[in-house]
Design a protein around this ligand. Structure first.
Ligand SMILES: C[S@@+](CC[C@H](N)C(=O)[O-])C[C@H]1O[C@@H](n2cnc3c(N)ncnc32)[C@H](O)[C@@H]1O
Length: 235
């Protein structure tokens, strides 16, 4: 996978590489960020020349988004609506968005199937959804590594809050929403396991870790143990 131009270090390098590849093929696009929060994705995308619509229920997050957008000089390219991702078609003309981001949101919504149906509903034919969720496997590993073995056992198959997903469950959800999963990625395969001091102290370590994350993202079994699972799914 090519190195991303716009990324926030090793944690999201893979997502940015995928988004940039998709958006580079299109030119200026209308991107919808469902649950876009404070604009960690929306603002850089606006800086890259795209028009971004953020829908998020949190007034605090939207206030932070507005400040960030103003600071970076892209307020005119971002439209923010306070609301639920399930109500996307009330804010965006159905069938018009080029790309819809749904990042770290399906863990907390009331009904993930309804949310993904709304995501699919605003996408134009040929447009794509970028869906990022927490990985159940990583929850099991993290709990075990911190000595919480019984809790790791529970995480194997129990209902968790916030929700965790595995590849099969996410694939079923995305497909039922009428989207076709195209590419799967592990996000933060190793980034969360490497001690921060190693990356901070070693020269060029961050760049090397980004390159490793990009190399591992699509390769099972590395992909499958990542902190988050990402799917690019097409309408
Ligand atoms: C973990 S943050 C992720 C923010 C952003 N998507 C990102 O990846 O940086 C979760 C966001 O989902 C928003 N959220 C919670 N429930 C939601 C819902 N029902 N519809 C849309 N967004 C929701 C929260 O307000 C918060 O901004």
């Amino acid at each position: 996978m090519p190195r991303s131009r716009t990324h926030a270090g090793p944690r999201y390098a893979v997502v940015w590489a995928v988004l940039n590849a998709e958006l580079d093929r299109r030119g200026p696009a209308h991107v919808v960020d469902a649950g876009g929060g404070t604009g960690g994705f929306a603002v850089p995308l606006a800086q890259a020349g795209h028009r971004v619509t953020v829908v998020d229920p949190s007034p605090d997050a939207l206030a932070a988004l507005a400040r960030r957008a103003a600071e970076r000089g892209v307020a005119d390219r971002i439209t923010a609506h306070q609301g639920d991702a399930d109500d996307l078609p009330g804010f965006i003309e159905p069938g018009t968005a080029d790309v819809v981001l749904c990042h770290s949101v399906l863990e907390v919504v009331d009904d993930p199937a309804r949310t993904l149906a709304a995501v699919a509903g605003v996408l134009r034919t040929g447009g794509c959804a970028s869906v990022l969720v927490a990985n159940r496997v990583a929850a099991v590993v993290a709990r075990a590594l911190s000595g919480h073995f019984a809790s790791a056992q529970e995480a194997l198959s129990g209902d968790l809050e916030p929700r965790r997903y595995d590849l099969d469950a996410l694939s079923t959800l995305v497909t039922k929403a009428g989207l076709v999963p195209e590419r799967w990625h592990g996000v933060r395969v190793l980034a969360d396991l490497v001690p921060g001091a190693v990356v901070d102290v070693e020269p060029d370590a961050e760049e090397a870790l980004v390159a490793l994350e990009l190399a591992l993202a699509e390769r099972p079994p590395y992909r499958d143990i990542a902190t988050q699972l990402h799917v690019l799914a097409r309408r």
